[in-house]
Design a protein around this ligand. Structure first.
Ligand code: KG4
Ligand code: ZN
Length: 350
C-alpha cells in the first residue's frame, strides 16, 4: 500500500454515475459500499443501441429518486456526507451533464468537496472496494477494461498512475458482442444473451478469423463483418439457420472474442513481466472471460482479479471508491475541491 494512503476516519461519500444509459448513485463509508443503486433505461431496447437524447431525458427523470434511494438504503442523512463524487467523463455529453450539474449543485448546497472521477479509472479502481471474498491487486498490475465503449490494456503503477498499453482501433469489445447479437436478431444489449446461449453450445462449431493487429491494440470491426457475411451466406441456404444453431453460433463468437482478448493479455504479461491481471467494465461479467482467466491462473501462474458482478457494469460504487481514494491523498485540497468548477468531458483520457 503506498505511503500516502492514510484512510481518513469516517468518510461518507455520495457518488453519481450518468455517463451512458445507467443512472446510478452509491454511498460509501470509507472503502465500504453502503448502497449501490442503478436505474437502467429500457427505452433504448427498441432502437438496438443507446440513443443519446433519450438517455439524457431518462437521467433527468431518474437522478433524484436514485439519489434518494441510495441515501435511504445507506441510512445516511445528506448532511452527514463528507464529499460528492461524480463521473465527469468520458461518455455521452448530455448524459454527463445531468450528473455533473446535479453533483455540483448538491456539493455547493451542502458545502462539501466535489470530486470529479474518470469513468475508466473507476472501472479499474473498483477492485479497491472492500468486499468480503474479493482480494485487491497490488501495484503494478495490468487492467483489462472491456465495456460497450472501451477496450484497453492498462498498466496501473499506482492509484492514479496509469498507462494505456493498447486499445481498440475501432469497435469496443462490448460493441462486438452487441453488434453480433443484433445480426442474429437478439434485443439490445445482446452481450449477456450471447453469454447465456454460449454456455449451451460448442465453441469450435464455427470458425471466425481473428484480426491481425500489431502490438497490444485491438480491432473488432472485421470480426463483426465476418459474422455478418457468415450469417447472410448461411441464411440464404437455410432461413432457419440461426434458430437451429443458436447456441453453437453464440459459443463460437464468444470463443473467438475471448481468444482475441487473451492473446493480447498474454503478450502484455510477457512484455511487462507483470502477472497480476484485473478485469473491469461491463464485459467482465462474461462467464467465458472469467473462466479463461481462472484457467490462466492454473496454467500460467497469473493472479487474476474479477470484480463482484454488481461492480462490473456501470455503477456508482466504483465512482465512490475513486472519490474516496482521491479524498485520502495528502494533496487533497478540501477548499480547492469545494470551489471545483470542473466540467463534463465527453472525451477524457486516463
Ligand atoms: O461497462 P458497461 O455497463 O457500459 C459501458 O461503459 O459501456 O458495459 C456494457 C457492455 C454492453 O456492451 C453489454 O453487452 C456488455 O457490457 N455485457 C456483456 C455481458 N454483460 C454485459 N458482454 C458479454 N457478456 C456479458 N455477460
Ligand atoms: Zn462503463
Amino acid at each position: 500500500m503506498p505511503y500516502y494512503y492514510m484512510p481518513k476516519k469516517s468518510t461518507y461519500i455520495l457518488a453519481i454515475e450518468s455517463s451512458c444509459d445507467d443512472t446510478a448513485a452509491a454511498v460509501l463509508h470509507n472503502d465500504n459500499v453502503l448502497s449501490n443503486v442503478v436505474a437502467g433505461q429500457d427505452v433504448h431496447k427498441e432502437y438496438g443501441g443507446v440513443v443519446p437524447e433519450l438517455a439524457s431525458r431518462a437521467h433527468q427523470q431518474h437522478i433524484v429518486p436514485v439519489v434518494h434511494e441510495a441515501l435511504r438504503k445507506a441510512e445516511i442523512n445528506k448532511n452527514q456526507l463528507s464529499a460528492v463524487a461524480f463521473t465527469s467523463g468520458p461518455g455521452l455529453m448530455g448524459s454527463l451533464l445531468v450528473g455533473t450539474s446535479f453533483a455540483k449543485s448538491l456539493a455547493m448546497g451542502l458545502d462539501v468537496p466535489l470530486i470529479d472521477v474518470n469513468h475508466m479509472q473507476a472501472h479499474i479502481l473498483a477492485h479497491f472496494i472492500n468486499e468480503e471474498g474479493f482480494g485487491k491487486p497490488t501495484f503494478p498490475f495490468l487492467a483489462l477494461t472491456i465495456s460497450g465503449g472501451h477496450t484497453q490494456i492498462v498498466k496501473v503503477s499506482d492509484y492514479f498512475e496509469m498507462e494505456i498499453l493498447g486499445q481498440t482501433l475501432d469497435d469496443a469489445v462490448g460493441e462486438a458482442f452487441d453488434k453480433s447479437a443484433k445480426i442474429l436478431g437478439f434485443p439490445y444489449p445482446g452481450g449477456p444473451l450471447i453469454d447465456k446461449y454460449a454456455a449451451l453450445g460448442n465453441p469450435k462449431a464455427f470458425k471466425f478469423t481473428k484480426p491481425k493487429v500489431n502490438g497490444l491494440d485491438f480491432s473488432f470491426s472485421g470480426l463483426k463483418t465476418a459474422i455478418l457475411y457468415f450469417y447472410q451466406a448461411e441464411i440464404r441456404k437455410d432461413p432457419d439457420f440461426v434458430t437451429k444453431n443458436r447456441d453453437d453460433i453464440c459459443a463460437s463468437i464468444q470463443y473467438t472474442i475471448i481468444q482475441i482478448l487473451m492473446d493480447k493479455l498474454k503478450t502484455a504479461v510477457k512484455e511487462t513481466g507483470i502477472k497480476q491481471v484485473a478485469i473491469g467494465g461491463g464485459v467482465s461479467a462474461n462467464s467465458g472471460i472469467r473462466k479463461a482467466l481462472k484457467d490462466a491462473e492454473q496454467k500460467l501462474g497469473w493472479q487474476t482479479f474479477v470484480p463482484k458482478l454488481e461492480y462490473t457494469t456501470d455503477n456508482a460504487a466504483m465512482v465512490g471508491i475513486v472519490g474516496y481514494l482521491k479524498y485520502c491523498q495528502p494533496d487533497f485540497d478540501q477548499n480547492g475541491y469545494t470551489e471545483n468548477n470542473t466540467m463534463a468531458k465527453a472525451r477524457l483520457s486516463l
